[in-house]
Design a binder for this molecule. Structure first.
Ligand SMILES: [Zn+2]
Length: 407
């Protein structure tokens, strides 16, 4: 069984907007009320509340005068909130997430329909009072529809994220095709080497134009009085421009990852601990803007669907400082040095192209070493689980100090 999600834009009528507002309000109230209950229970017993524990509170609340309006909300939407809240608590207890937070009406609003949503031509048919909502459906909704999350962005647009389930698994991954190494950077977004040529991909062209516009709109909004109507309107404009920026970026990342996956079977990237690197202030903005993490995720799922393979190599692998020709390693290579000559063999290197070559070679090494019995026979553990360290190079190559960046 495999799952896939599509995001579609929704165009609710005025009446449906009212129904949605009511549902968002009920779901938010129930989350905050439930969270409050969980906090009290936690203080008293050291435990949170289970989904069924939370659900059992609902019938009584629906009967009470002050909270009888909860009955207006489709009940499975509220039960989804209970499930998500109990999960959020569990994730917190097991160290996977921060403590769950209260929800504000000023942020993105969302509700979930756990089942019974259908596609009817260019619309989605929801159970309960919401009914059939017009939608712009780009990709076919061809699986069995499971959970549907309806959200409203701060810019005022409505979306539905439709999770579908398909029979069968993805085809097993193969590693007999082309191998490409990718060096992700700030100057160029990505530099690749596929065994034949080095290609450079710059950051999306119009992004900086949109970003400038975003900064202008943010300054305008900041000048308006807090809590005023003008401020609210200005913030809505900011939200809209912000959406443009992120759409341009996502579109670029989708196209580039699609191109790479279509032309290669194995993709090798450095395991980026983006969070760790963002500590460096100078690079922080550039890195969070470039969306490397998103890009690697796009590569990962696209490869999975096309039976390709993603190999992440350790991020302290000295990809920049190693000569791809003779494997001599230079001690230092400051970020502003874009080209260098190997003191050992005399090869003149373009910094990023050389790094992409080294990354590719390291990926091939991991692939071939796992084929000689170090990993299990079908090579399943070639691809480390994201975030986990891959095998280190066994040679005497010195590792780069963690304070030096290998961009
Ligand atoms: Zn050399």
């Amino acid at each position: 069984m495999r799952r896939q999600a599509v995001k579609v834009r929704l165009y609710p009528t005025d009446e449906q907007i009212q129904v949605l507002a009511q549902h968002f309000g009920c779901a938010r109230w129930w989350w905050n009320y439930g969270l409050n209950k969980c906090i009290k229970t936690y203080k008293a017993t050291g435990k949170g509340l289970s989904q069924s524990g939370l659900n059992s509170l609902l019938p009584k609340l629906k009967k009470e005068k002050e909270t009888e309006w909860l009955g207006e909300c489709y009940s499975q939407v509220l039960q989804s909130v209970s499930l998500n809240l109990s999960r959020a608590y569990q994730n917190f207890f097991e160290g996977r997430a921060k403590y769950p937070r209260f929800k504000s009406k000023h942020h993105r609003q969302s509700i979930q329909y756990p089942q019974k949503v259908k596609q009817v031509d260019n619309a989605l048919k929801f159970p309960g009072r919401l009914g059939t909502v017009n939608a712009k459906i780009h990709r076919p909704v061809d699986g069995v529809i499971k959970t549907v999350t309806v959200s409203k962005c701060p810019s005022g647009k409505y979306y539905a994220s439709v999770v579908m389930e398909y029979e069968g698994d993805y085809p097993a991954s193969k590693t007999d095709g082309k191998v490409i190494g990718i060096d992700l950077g700030v100057k160029d977004f990505a530099v690749t080497y596929d065994g034949e040529k080095v290609s450079k991909y710059q950051n999306p062209k119009h992004l900086s134009k949109y970003e400038k516009n975003l900064a202008v709109k943010q300054r305008i909004a900041a000048r308006k009085n807090k809590g005023s109507n003008r401020r609210r309107k200005a913030n809505k404009i900011v939200a809209r421009v912000y959406e443009q920026v992120s759409n341009v970026r996502q579109d670029y990342l989708h196209k580039l990852s699609r191109k790479i996956v279509d032309n290669n079977q194995v993709v090798v990237v450095e395991n980026l601990n983006v969070k760790g690197m963002v500590h460096n202030r100078k690079l922080a903005k550039a890195i969070s803007d470039t969306g490397w993490g998103t890009f690697v995720n796009f590569l990962s799922y696209k490869l999975e669907r096309s039976s390709g393979k993603l190999i992440e190599i350790d991020r302290w692998f000295p990809s920049s400082k190693l000569c791809s020709n003779c494997h001599y390693q230079v001690n230092e290579l400051p970020l502003d040095v874009r080209t260098w000559t190997c003191p050992s063999c005399g090869t003149h290197h373009d910094r990023d192209g050389n790094a992409a070559m080294n990354i590719r070679a390291e990926g091939i090494r991991i692939l071939s070493s796992s084929g000689t019995g170090e990993a299990n026979a079908n090579g399943e553990d070639i691809r480390p689980i994201r975030g986990r360290k891959s095998k280190m190079r066994q040679s005497s190559v010195k590792l780069e100090a963690p304070t030096k960046l290998t961009l």
